[in-house]
Design a protein around this ligand. Structure first.
Ligand code: DON
Length: 341
């Protein structure tokens, strides 16, 4: 995407975000929201397409048939179906939330300057992106390079402080105490040769802002935080609620930063499938190789889902279908209604 296209995309998102309150004045009834999650769950629970992530060895052991679907509204009402309490590793769904922490600490311009906001059109773990985008290198905080850079940018005097800030921030978004799935952390850190390469390359180019191994450890721990589909729903609902957690009422990020964060999720949240996702679902969202996805209907609610089988781009097949159907049926795409499949 060139600069002009990016600017147009962001402007359209901003207009859509500002316009939504008048376009969709009333929320669907609780009965309707419950019906939508039940229907999406029933429709996709038999879908066998895709495979668990296997480059993190332990993720192959997650029962592949787990599936949960959740809607959480900006006032904290929750509609659920399936395995919505099962704790899985958050993986890349953590990325926008740590980007939010960097924005809060250092401002949105600094995130753009020091990481970048351009979609790569490349896989989440791309190394070639670092060589193609020679100015920004890490490119955007949704891909591994940008997310490792984001962790390294968090202002902290020690690794322990860096980790505590990262964890506390994600807990604030979830409105719950969270724990690291230590077996996932170990499995990923023991095999993190690709991400270590990325961290070292960034450091070499002056685009990593802490010791590379420290950034890698904190990033890998962040990805191993255990969350449920309900937790993801609350995290998304906090963004829908302009940075205020609907359960705890805590302001987790400034409302003024939410549009920028949603813009990055919209343009890069599905990696090299982000165009396809926005074309068919029309919502800012973030996926993770643990099987979680959260999508945000700005100002209104979040739709989250979890199921371990992934497509080629590393996005959960059942989750993306469930969320896209719900968004389509409700007609809540930020550019206007997208048809449900
Ligand atoms: O760094 C990694 O490869 C993983 N911890 C996270 C990747 C991920 O979740 C990509 N998402 N779909």
């Amino acid at each position: 995407m060139n600069i002009k296209t990016s600017v147009i995309t962001l402007a359209a998102l901003a207009i859509a975000t500002l316009g939504f309150t008048t376009a969709y004045a009333s929320d669907p009834s609780p009965k309707e929201l419950q019906r939508l999650v039940d229907d999406a769950y029933a429709k996709y629970k038999g879908l066998q397409e895709g495979e668990n992530a296997n480059y993190i060895p332990i993720l192959t052991k997650t029962p592949s048939d787990l599936f949960g679907v959740v809607i959480v509204t900006r006032d904290g009402k929750m509609y659920t179906a399936g395995d919505v309490d099962y704790k899985f590793s958050i993986q890349s769904v953590s990325k926008p939330f740590t980007a939010a922490l960097v924005m809060k600490q250092q401002g949105v311009d600094s995130l753009d300057d020091k990481i970048g906001v351009e979609p790569t059109g490349l896989p989440f773990n791309s190394k070639i992106a670092l060589e193609l985008y020679t100015e920004k290198r890490s490119v955007n905080p949704m891909v591994n390079a940008g997310a490792i850079a984001a962790v390294s940018l968090v202002k902290a005097n020690s690794e322990a402080e860096r980790w505590n800030l990262v964890l506390q921030n994600i807990e604030d978004f979830a409105g719950a105490k969270l724990t690291v799935l230590e077996d996932v952390y170990k499995s990923e850190y023991d095999t993190a040769y690709g991400n270590r390469g990325i961290a070292n390359l960034l450091y070499n180019y002056g685009r990593l802002y802490s010791d590379p191994e420290e950034a890698l450890r904190v990033y890998t721990r962040q990805c191993a935080i255990g969350v449920s589909a309900k937790d993801l729903g609350v995290m998304g609902a906090t963004l829908a609620n302009l940075g205020v957690n609907p359960l705890t009422k805590k302001t987790v990020m400034p409302a003024k930063d939410v549009p920028e964060l949603l813009a990055i999720m919209a343009t890069a949240g599905f990696y090299d499938e982000s165009g396809e996702w926005m074309y068919t679902a029309g919502l800012p969202a973030k996926t993770g190789v643990g099987g979680g996805i959260v999508a945000v209907v700005p100002g209104r609610f979040a739709i989250a889902a979890f199921s371990p089988r992934l497509n080629e781009a590393g996005n959960s097949v059942r989750s993306l279908n469930a969320i896209r159907d719900i968004a389509g049926e409700l007609g809540v795409g930020v550019f206007g209604a997208n048809p449900a499949e």
